[in-house]
Design a protein. Sequence first.
Length: 134
Amino acid sequence: DKTHLPALFHNLASLRAQCGELPEAEALEQKAISAWTTQFGDKNEYLRRAWISLSSIQARRKHWAQAHESLLKSLAIAESADALANDAIVLDKLRRGKEASALRARVPVTPTRDTSIDLKSLLAGQQSKSLIVR
């Protein structure tokens, strides 16, 4: 079924990137982007995330200008905290600190909660059988 090919390319790209095979990962992510664009047009959530994934691969290859362009394409679909934060890092690498600072100011601050588990106590049997997440 050809409708699943873009997801397959995207997942394979992730796997190849994790194995350090960055040129292959980049080519696969570009195939995913092309297929999703053909399937859904140029403004959808799959593409937004794929552009971020592609930018991560490009950044790992130190292709900063390409990573910035990919993030701009993601941001053109929808603004997201991950794309903004990643682009700020890329802009720093491109020595565009003022633009990076401006992007960081746009990143929404979300409160975090401690999701740690006291494994030492758990293993010692001091917590109930269900995991207690703080």
